[in-house]
Design a protein around this ligand. Structure first.
Ligand code: DC
Length: 226
């Protein structure tokens, strides 16, 4: 990790981490780790293999052999499982819920730890998740905790779904967000919480350009010219 500048971005789902980390990585020419996608692919693969999402032994075995890769294409990063593009499948609410369940299992997290650390390479890495600054990259050069109110996150998710031509009911989406938050924050292992040395950015009243500018200011304050 020594010659790579690591930026850890943690926070609840829907706070805007995905868009922020994608833009930061592009701007800085850094690698990007979407750790949530790894948990999502595991949940998806497990379901396809007929595994119960509480069967920790089998899930650990699945995690160890998970043939997962990220492919940069013109329209963004695609997530591949055994060579098959599963980018849209892993974004469903069902898979998100499964991801949150498998992610609560300590030995599953352990099995995926090195895979995440392997993304770290010079000149740097932008890592998106829940425990990037606390567990996976505790020595990260910059730690950001990106938050937003549950209502605002639900509003954004509803907009995203309706723009994709799907139906979405605000109250249901909000309930799902609150349930997933509670599971992510209250699990005993690697719970969602800001690292002690993380800088908090609240995106409730900020657009993506404003969030990016705040993050870039923090990057500059660490001596990186951007
Ligand atoms: O960021 P996301 O919505 O793609 O994450 C999906 C689930 O995976 C989320 O409920 C929490 C879990 N997760 C985690 O426990 N640790 C991470 N580093 C990233 C995601």
């Amino acid at each position: 990790m020594t010659d790579a500048f690591v930026i850890a971005v943690d926070g609840p789902g829907g706070a805007g981490k995905g868009e922020l980390t994608r833009r930061l990585a592009m701007r800085l020419g850094f690698a990007l780790l979407d750790s949530g996608a790894i948990y999502r692919v595991l949940a998806y693969a497990a379901r396809k293999a007929g595994l119960a999402l509480f069967d920790e032994d089998s899930l650990v075995e699945e995690a160890k052999v998970l043939n997962l890769s990220f492919e940069a294409q013109d329209d963004g990063v695609h997530v591949m499982l055994n060579g098959e593009d599963v980018s849209s499948e892993i974004r469903s609410e069902r898979t998100a819920e499964g991801a949150s369940r498998v992610a609560a299992l300590p030995r599953v997290r352990e099995a995926l730890l090195q895979r995440q650390r392997d993304f770290c390479m010079p000149p740097g890495l932008v890592a998106d998740g829940r425990d990037m600054g606390t567990v996976v990259f505790p020595k990260a050069d910059l730690k950001i905790f990106l938050d937003a109110s549950p209502e605002e996150r639900a509003r954004r998710r509803v907009l995203q779904l309706t723009q994709a031509g799907r139906e979405a009911v605000f109250e249901l989406v909000l309930k799902e967000i609150e349930e997933r938050d509670a599971r992510d924050r209250n699990r005993p292992v690697a719970p969602l919480k800001p690292a002690e040395d993380a800088v908090l950015i609240d995106s409730t009243h900020l657009n993506i350009d404003e969030v990016l500018e705040k993050a870039l200011e923090l990057v500059r304050s660490k001596g990186i010219k951007v």
